[in-house]
Design a protein around this ligand. Structure first.
Ligand SMILES: C[S@@+](CC[C@H](N)C(=O)[O-])C[C@H]1O[C@@H](n2cnc3c(N)ncnc32)[C@H](O)[C@@H]1O
Length: 204
């Protein structure tokens, strides 16, 4: 694989500097159908608490908060993304509703049963330990909480040159197996764009 491909993959998994900002901006546009599709599935109301894992430049937070003024927490391993996402979500942060910080989904610092919804988009490929990340999400979800995992299908990822290294790609069957392994009961799928993205919905 080319050096450029490796570099781009590493920016996807941990966006940094000016290039990271450009890449996440481009992602916002390219994956618009995925953000909106995921939000349509969420049962949003002002009294719920959401965690977004790997928020990138905070576009999902902005869209959710525009729709419903609920409580939104987010963690991302990239310090630069915490800065960009905070700039994008000034109003929600000033209102005390949006809380963004550096964090790793394989080691969450939240109490058990803290969130009604956990969401993540295009991040599971990069977690160091996928099962550990899913266990952590299960732990912080409240009873009957829902985890929305928006991903590009394995076929879509395979079409892109920079996903050869640095991306863990899973088939639908594997998403189900891993979810069951950590305790999720009902696991279902919804299309996010025809044969493009997939929303894996895990119920606790
Ligand atoms: C491809 S970007 C997607 C950003 C955002 N979810 C979106 O769709 O606009 C992947 C993001 O996941 C973050 N990330 C990768 N591994 C992570 C981990 N273990 N815990 C938290 N965030 C992680 C990266 O820093 C990056 O911001």
């Amino acid at each position: 694989m080319s050096k450029f491909g490796d570099y781009w993959a590493s920016q996807c998994g941990n966006p940094r500097g000016m290039i990271g900002s450009i890449m996440t901006w481009a992602m916002n546009r390219a994956n618009n159908v995925m953000y909106h599709g995921m939000i349509e599935h969420m049962k949003l109301s002002e009294d719920i608490k959401i965690l977004d894992v790997g928020f990138g430049n905070g576009y999902l937070e902005k869209l959710i908060y525009r729709k419903v003024k609920c409580s939104i927490y987010g963690i991302d391993i990239s310090k630069d993304m915490v800065k960009s996402a905070s700039a994008k979500n000034k109003k929600g942060i000033a209102n005390g509703d949006i809380h963004l910080s550096v964090g790793d989904c394989c080691n969450l610092t939240f109490e058990n049963n803290s969130f009604d919804i956990v969401a993540t988009m295009n991040t599971i490929y990069f977690w160091d330990d996928t099962i550990r990340g899913l266990q952590e999400i299960y732990r912080v979800l409240s009873e009957h909480g829902v985890f929305y995992n928006a991903v590009l299908t394995k076929e879509s990822l395979d079409k892109v040159f920079y996903t050869k290294n640095g991306f863990k790609k899973f088939a639908p069957k594997e998403y189900v197996e891993m979810g069951k392994r950590v305790g999720f009961k009902n696991i279902s799928f919804s299309d996010l764009g025809e044969k493009y993205g997939l929303l894996v919905i895990y119920e606790k």
